[in-house]
Design a protein around this ligand. Structure first.
Ligand code: ZN
Length: 240
C-alpha cells in the first residue's frame, strides 16, 4: 500500500449509507481480519492502472487460518477478483471466509452470475469487505445478497486503504470524471494526461471517464499540472 499518497477525494457517501458492522468477537479475530484484508489490498494495489474500467480489487479465501485461494481483478477488468479467488479455492471455499477489498457486485453486465451469487454458491460462511461500492450494480445490494443467504458479513476492515484504492472508480461513478493525480510516475494509472492546458479540463476528463478511464496523472511542474490545480481538479498531490 502507499498510504502516504492520500487521495483527498471524499468518499463519505458510502460510509454514511451503510452502517459499519464489525462481527469481530475478539481482538484476535480483528487482527486476523486485518492481516488477510491487508493481503487482499496488496493484491488489488498490484493491479492499479491495469483494470479499467473496473476498479482493482483483491480477494483472499481463508479456511481454518490457511489461504486456500486468492486473486485480483484481471487486466481490463475481468475476471473479477472473487471469480479468480473462488476458482483457485475450488471446494475448499465451502465454509471459508472471503476477504474482499470492495463490496462484491450484485449484477453483471454480461448477465453471468454476480460475485455475490458466486460467493453464495461456493458456500462461504463469512465475507469481510473493506468498503461498499457505490456503483448501481452493487450499492449495498451485493452485501444484502450475501446476508440474505445467511452469510456473515463484516464491513469496514481496511476501509481507508480500500477507499484510496478505489477513489478513481468512485469518482467516475459519482462525478463522471477520473481521479487526477500529480505524479511523475504513470505506472499505477490508466493513462498519463496529455491535454491542452487551455482546454476545458473538466469536459476533457469527463470524456475520458466515458471511455472507461478511472485514474490519470499529469507530471509535476508542467503547465497542465498548474491548470489542473487552478481548476480544482487535482485529487492527489505528490508527497514530499
Ligand atoms: Zn464482481
Amino acid at each position: 500500500m502507499e498510504p502516504s499518497r492520500r487521495a483527498r477525494v471524499p468518499t463519505a457517501r458510502a460510509i454514511e449509507k451503510h452502517t459499519v458492522r464489525t462481527d469481530a468477537t475478539s481482538d484476535t479475530t480483528a487482527l486476523v481480519d486485518a492481516q488477510f484484508m491487508g493481503r487482499a489490498l496488496r493484491l488489488a494495489h498490484a493491479k492499479l492502472g491495469r483494470t479499467a474500467p473496473n476498479p482493482a480489487v483483491g480477494c483472499v479465501v481463508v479456511r481454518e487460518g490457511v489461504v486456500v485461494g486468492e486473486g485480483a481483478t484481471g487486466e481490463g477488468g475481468r475476471p473479477h477478483a472473487e471469480e479468480a479467488a473462488l476458482a483457485a479455492a475450488g471446494a475448499a471455499a465451502s465454509g471459508a471466509t472471503a476477504y474482499v477489498s470492495l463490496e462484491p457486485c450484485a449484477v453483471r453486465t454480461s448477465g453471468s452470475d454476480s460475485c455475490a451469487d458466486l460467493l453464495v454458491e461456493a458456500g462461504v460462511a463469512r465475507v469481510v469487505a473493506a468498503c461498499s461500492d457505490p456503483h448501481p450494480f452493487s450499492d449495498g445490494d451485493g452485501l444484502a445478497r450475501l446476508r440474505s443467504a445467511g452469510i456473515a458479513v463484516s464491513l469496514g476492515v481496511g476501509r481507508w486503504e480500500a477507499e484510496a484504492l478505489n477513489a478513481g472508480f468512485f469518482l467516475v461513478v459519482r462525478e463522471g470524471r477520473p481521479l487526477v493525480a500529480i505524479d511523475p510516475d504513470p505506472t499505477r494509472y490508466d493513462a498519463q494526461l496529455r491535454l491542452d492546458p487551455n482546454a476545458c479540463l473538466l469536459v476533457e476528463l469527463r470524456k475520458l471517464a466515458v471511455e472507461g478511464v478511472t485514474r490519470v496523472c499529469a507530471p509535476p511542474d508542467t503547465f497542465l499540472a498548474a491548470a489542473l490545480r487552478a481548476a480544482g481538479l487535482v485529487d492527489v498531490e505528490p508527497t514530499e
